[in-house]
Design a protein around this ligand. Structure first.
Ligand SMILES: *Cc1c(COP(=O)(O)O)cnc(C)c1O
Length: 393
């Protein structure tokens, strides 16, 4: 079985490009050029130089001694939280802005829910001096004021989406409408391993720097390239796809995905997409998504804004259905506890998204000799208010 995308843009039954006719030229231009561009030596050189000097890569692979003792196994943390802007998202936006430049685009659009992807996009647009427009639901603009301020400081224009539920999916619709109207000069930066082909594959390849580094760092520390398990949280699934990428075809490496159960998988307030989702089309691809019996997308819920997404990238739908990945879901409460535990044991305050991955020990028992690599996708500064309210700090 293959876990890579095929020529038609599918991972098993999932993926493809389900887009309005009028978007076809834009997506086709990208599809026909992305691999050739990414393989150009000048592209690779600039991408790697920016990852090193601007993002601060390689991010450390840190052996978490006290956390390991607590859970009686060997835990390494991949420190994406130490990247510039505080999470893994910048790996992808750096890659896509360079693709946009190679395609001759001088205008960038994006949509954002919690604002994290909007900030990562505004950051690289400032870096390159390129115009940036971010669509964001009107309700999300109110909920995420600090990220809106960051985007504005970085020179981006934030346009409110006022239709529907005034959240992420409405912002996505606005971004797609914009792209249809501006096919020649504009590139659309999607922020996770989702969207019409080639986006899931392109985003996964940019994030695959994570597993590339894990291999060489683990070789240096343990004399072997392959851990026993890699663990990551899944919103749309970009940090997870990057963490798994170089291990997908190696059955000795266990792949563990952790989703947000919110207030409980069956509470009606959850984002546990693989367990609750059915096949459907979202954001231009066929995947698992949370929907009503007549196919309307259900509003997801999670305490962590970055996991609050009703779908999952097609690669993960395939890992779930094929059984290659083990999927768990973690409630708000358990994630928050795991975040506090890491803070106290290791002096690292994680993003609440990453805290979900850290809660894997509640569900999965590892052997003492196992090497478990967990993607610490982001830092907790942005979540301080949520930690304060939850723990009455
Ligand atoms: C956005 C975000 C996520 C979820 O996005 P993926 O595409 O699933 O990786 C996870 N962690 C952090 C810190 C984020 O900002």
């Amino acid at each position: 079985m293959s876990y890579q995308v095929n020529e038609k843009g599918y991972y098993g039954d999932f993926g493809g490009a389900y887009i309005p006719e009028m978007l076809y030229p834009n997506v086709e231009e990208l599809r026909s050029r992305y691999l050739e561009i990414m393989n150009e030596p000048s592209f690779k050189e600039e991408f790697n130089q920016l990852l090193r000097d601007y993002v601060g890569r390689p991010s450390p692979l840190y052996f978490a001694k006290r956390l390991s003792e607590k859970h009686n196994t060997r835990v390494y943390l991949k420190r994406e939280d130490l990247n510039h802007t505080g999470a893994h998202k910048i790996n992808n936006t750096i890659g896509q802005i360079l693709v946009a430049k190679k395609l001759g685009k001088d205008r960038i659009i994006a949509e954002t829910g919690a604002g994290q992807h909007g900030v990562a996009t505004a950051t690289v647009c400032a870096l390159m001096g390129i115009q940036c427009i971010v669509y964001m639901g009107e309700i999300d603009i109110k909920r995420q004021a600090p990220n809106v301020a960051r985007m504005k400081m970085l020179g981006a224009e934030v346009i409110p989406a006022k239709s529907g539920s005034k959240t992420l999916k409405d912002a996505t619709n606005e971004a797609i409408r914009d792209w249809i109207n501006n096919p020649v000069d504009t590139h659309y930066i999607i922020g996770s391993a989702i969207g019409p082909h080639p986006y899931p594959d392109m985003v996964t390849r940019f994030q695959s720097i994570i597993s590339e580094e894990i291999r060489s760092q683990l070789h240096e520390k343990e004399g072997r390239e392959n851990p026993d398990y890699v663990v990551a949280c899944i919103g749309g699934g970009s940090n997870a796809a990057g963490t798994y990428y170089h291990f997908l075809d190696n059955p000795d490496v266990g792949i563990i995905a952790v989703e947000a159960a919110g207030k409980g998988v069956n509470s009606g307030e959850s984002a546990a997409t693989s367990q609750l989702g059915k096949e459907g089309i979202i954001h231009g691809c066929k995947t698992l998504l949370m929907q009503t019996p007549d196919g309307q997308i259900t509003e997801p819920y999670s305490i962590s804004a970055g996991l609050d997404y009703p779908g999952v990238g097609p690669i993960h739908a395939h890992l779930y259905k094929s059984g290659r990945g083990e999927f768990y879901s973690v409630t708000d409460d358990d994630a928050m506890k795991a975040g506090l535990e890491l803070s106290k044991l290791e002096g690292i305050i994680p993003a609440i998204e990453s805290s979900h991955a850290l809660a894997v020990f509640n569900d999965k028992k590892f052997k003492p000799e196992d090497i478990v690599v967990i993607s610490l996708s982001g830092r907790g500064d942005k979540d301080l208010d949520t930690y304060i309210n939850h723990f009455k700090l």
